[in-house]
Write a protein that binds this ligand. Structure first.
Ligand code: FMN
Length: 202
């Protein structure tokens, strides 16, 4: 059985998008089928156009499909990404999560493997609180949280965040090689654990 993974993210200026792509690559290394999906943008066009980096990234990712609830039904495992916004999940990703009430009510989000990743400007800018806020939703779903922990040396090399891949945007052009390696590892780990679980389902 081929494991199906949905990587669903919001990114304004591209950092989370780069991590999402690395997570996709890692999951695909295991033979998993992966859907990379951005969530719907909520910000007004004037706001996006007032920030060149935001506008450029929006144009660059025009062809990335938007996440649909059907992607959640389809996948065995989800990896969600968001920029840290005041130590919390971006409104755009939260809005998508808030549309999942119907699926939750039908029990369709229970027992799915789930994990998260984020990017913030500062090393201590709220990466963990962002991931923990996101994970609260998954606990309500009854999903099975699979975090990186310290299960591979790559976690220490990338800053040592056991909650989920985190990048620190020091203004040096996106996530570091170590952070991208941690993201690839997280994608691989999530796909492997989803495969274990899928194999045990009757
Ligand atoms: C409204 C807003 C709030 C933010 N809050 C934080 C924060 O609490 N801590 C932090 O370190 N960075 C914060 N940032 C910076 C972003 O998290 C950071 O630039 C991130 O890498 C952006 O990811 P993206 O390029 O995928 O959009 C904030 C940015 C915005 C626009």
């Amino acid at each position: 059985m081929t494991v199906k993974v949905a990587v669903i993210y919001y990114s304004a200026t591209g950092n989370v998008h780069e991590l999402a792509q690395a997570i996709k690559e890692g999951a695909e290394e295991t033979g998993a089928e992966v859907r990379l999906r951005k969530v719907h943008e909520l910000a007004p066009e004037e706001a996006i156009k007032s920030n060149q980096g935001w506008y450029d990234h929006a144009l660059m990712t025009e062809d990335v499909p938007e996440a649909q609830l059907e992607d959640l039904e389809w996948a065995d495992a989800y990896v969600f990404g968001t920029p840290t916004r005041f130590g919390n999940v971006s409104a755009q990703l939260k809005q998508f999560l808030d549309t999942t009430g119907g699926l939750w009510f039908q029990g369709k989000l229970a027992d799915k493997v789930v994990s998260g990743f984020t990017s913030a400007q500062n090393a201590h800018g709220g990466q963990e609180s962002t991931l923990l806020s996101m994970y609260t939703v998954f606990m309500h779903w009854g999903a099975i949280l699979v975090t990186p922990g310290y299960t591979d040396p790559v976690l220490f090399e990338s800053g040592g965040n056991p909650y989920g891949t985190s990048s620190t945007d020091g203004g040096e052009g996106g996530p570091s090689e170590q952070e991208l390696a941690a993201a690839r590892y997280q994608g691989k780990r999530i796909a492997e654990k989803a495969a274990l679980l899928a194999g045990s389902r009757v």
